[in-house]
Design a protein. Structure first.
Length: 244
């Protein structure tokens, strides 16, 4: 992705740092496979997608058929596939991801879904275009604060009045992976000013769940009911229409 640099040295530096961040993320994830296999991964995805759909149903009281949805960091299309099964219309579904390989895989799965390979800090969509925007484990992969702010700003720009952002991401730092950074409530709120929030903790922490599920699925289910062991925030974000 080639950017036209501003004459301002500060702006130019910011853009150069974000370009460097995009290259870093692409390099980190270029050969990493989506973790879709294994009992823990399957259970994790099932819980995540059920919670996303439940949050949408709680806040959207009419048909999904005409709702226009964007999944940021769509990968190979797991969440888009879930939306299709829930009655969303393929032509109203959009996905964007940095990985060409993953976009290509998703293209092979979905014939009428609009997919784009690129960075979410410069979304190729018009203002107020989407009823629902989702992101799952995108922001924790970004270490550059300016880039996180730009992506959040873009999400708000393209969101329709009264629309929803569904956020799903780690709340903890991974001590064994310096390429990610957990995000707590305070930072989420700072990224989306003048918004209203609903927060829910979901998903058994993978550091606990991956090894434990080989021993006892029942124990995993018990621990997942305890908030301390849940690793991800599921947040519903709505713009405060009185303070745009």
């Amino acid at each position: 992705m080639v950017r036209k640099l501003n004459l301002s040295s500060d702006v130019q530096l910011d853009q150069e740092l974000q370009d460097r961040e995009i290259r870093r993320i692409k390099n980190v994830y270029k050969d990493r496979k989506c973790r879709g296999n294994g009992e823990y991964s399957n259970n994790f995805s099932f819980r995540r997608e059920n919670e996303i759909i439940s949050a949408i149903k709680k806040n959207v009281h009419d048909s999904f058929k005409n709702k226009i949805v964007l999944d940021i960091g769509c990968g190979e299309g797991a969440i888009l596939k879930c939306f299709l099964s829930e009655g969303f219309t393929a032509k109203n579904l959009y996905g964007i991801d940095l990985s060409f390989k993953r976009i290509e895989t998703a293209h092979n799965m979905f014939s009428n879904v609009s997919l784009f390979c690129g960075s979410a800090d410069a979304l190729p969509y018009k203002d107020a275009s989407f009823d629902i925007i989702t992101q799952s484990t995108v922001f924790t992969s970004i270490l550059n604060t300016g880039m996180k702010k730009d992506i959040a700003s873009e999400m708000l720009r393209i969101l329709k009045p009264g629309g929803l952002i569904i956020w799903h991401d780690f709340r903890y730092h991974n001590l064994f992976n310096k390429q990610t950074s957990g995000i707590g409530k305070k930072e989420i709120k700072s990224l989306f000013p003048n918004c209203n929030f609903e927060f829910k903790l979901i998903n058994l922490n993978p550091f606990v769940g991956r090894p434990l599920i080989r021993i006892s699925k029942k124990l995993c289910n018990i621990l997942e009911k305890i908030p301390f062991f849940r690793s991800h925030w599921l947040a519903v974000i709505k713009r405060n229409l009185l303070n745009k």
